[in-house]
Ligand binder design. Structure first.
Ligand code: HEM
Length: 297
């Protein structure tokens, strides 16, 4: 039986910061001189000093900080998700399924992290929320430009959703562009057609500025894909998209329940009927045929 080599890393004594060092030893701790006298390379990359100074509170209530930070954290996740779905859409357009699937898979993990971020706000009492609610004025997540870009990429287009952003040229331009571009789901349907599936021409050539409406022929295409070989690329793509749709639905429902607990049936700060309006929004599923096709497999 061969003996392990004495120089194998697993056999070496663990390095200790207190161990006497010789010139041959690699450094153990971080180099404290990095960044001294100038912004650190970490700061250059992460911009942490910007990020951690964006918490301008509007009330004296100690509970407002976590409300603001949670909202900002969610905005960052929305940004990452838009990036992933944009990457996936572009990759699908050039038939690069591995790159698209990697981006979609990352996006499911990001959605899970996004949804976990509800924790600190999920059980607000009306009195706790009231303590800073007035300070929000007419501010509402409804006015989130990045959330709207997410919805557009998922196929939920709506020109009227640009209206709140008229006063912010940069956000408005980004939304206008996203409104006119094919959504992630449009690119998926294009790929299915190029792979020989009978996606109707009127679906492929639809006006990209309108929301995707469920189509019976697309449902049949997915039913055929799901009934086919279970290890096929298209089944895996369909399941990944279903994961995305499920996690988006979960975000909407967690938001709805948190809102119901925090403010009951009061009107929203954004002027909607509040919970009743959110209930209607949360009832919808993105990529609708991926759900209904299952009844026909
Ligand atoms: C418990 C705290 C929260 C309450 C009570 C609440 C309440 C509401 C209400 C009532 C609406 C409907 C529009 C309106 O009239 O304002 C809304 C929309 C929205 N909120 Fe919240 N919200 C909360 C936390 C958050 C957080 C942390 C985010 C993260 C960014 C967020 C993002 C959104 C978005 C994106 C919409 C629009 C949804 C859509 O267009 O379907 N909300 N919220």
């Amino acid at each position: 039986m061969s003996q392990p080599s004495p120089t194998h890393p697993a056999d070496r004594a663990p390095a200790s910061p207190d161990a006497a060092s010789s010139e041959a030893d690699p450094p153990f701790g971080p180099d404290l001189s990095i960044g001294a006298g100038a912004p650190t390379p970490y700061e250059d990359y992460v911009r942490a000093s910007v990020l951690t100074h964006l918490q301008q509170l509007h009330s004296d209530d100690p509970g407002e900080m976590v409300f603001l930070v949670t909202t900002q954290v969610m905005e960052l996740w929305f940004t990452a998700l838009v990036h992933e779905w944009h990457t996936a859409a572009e990759a699908l357009r050039r038939d690069d399924l591995p790159v698209a699937m990697d981006a979609l898979r990352r996006s499911t993990w990001e959605l899970e992290a996004l949804n976990a971020a509800w924790k600190p706000l999920a059980r607000l009492t009306p009195a706790q929320f009231n303590a800073y609610r007035d300070a929000l004025g007419e501010g509402s997540g409804f006015q989130s430009a990045m959330y709207r870009r997410m919805e557009f990429l998922l196929g939920e287009k709506s020109a009227s959703m640009l209206v709140p952003h008229r006063g912010s040229p940069q956000d408005h331009a980004a939304l206008e562009k996203a409104l006119h571009e094919p959504s992630l789901y449009d690119e998926v349907l294009g790929l299915l057609a190029r792979r020989g599936h009978p996606v109707p021409q009127d679906v492929l050539r639809r006006d990209p500025t309108r929301r995707h409406e469920a189509d019976p022929a697309v449902e049949e295409v997915w039913a055929a894909v799901f009934a086919g070989p279970q290890d096929s690329e298209l089944v895996r793509l369909g399941e990944l998209l279903t994961d995305v749709a499920e996690l988006v639905w979960r975000w909407r429902n967690d938001h709805l329940v948190a809102t119901r607990r925090a403010m009951g049936a009061k009107m929203g700060t954004g002027g909607s009927a509040g919970v009743a309006w959110l209930e209607k929004r949360a009832r919808k599923n993105v990529f609708p045929e991926l759900w209904t096709a299952r009844s026909h497999v």
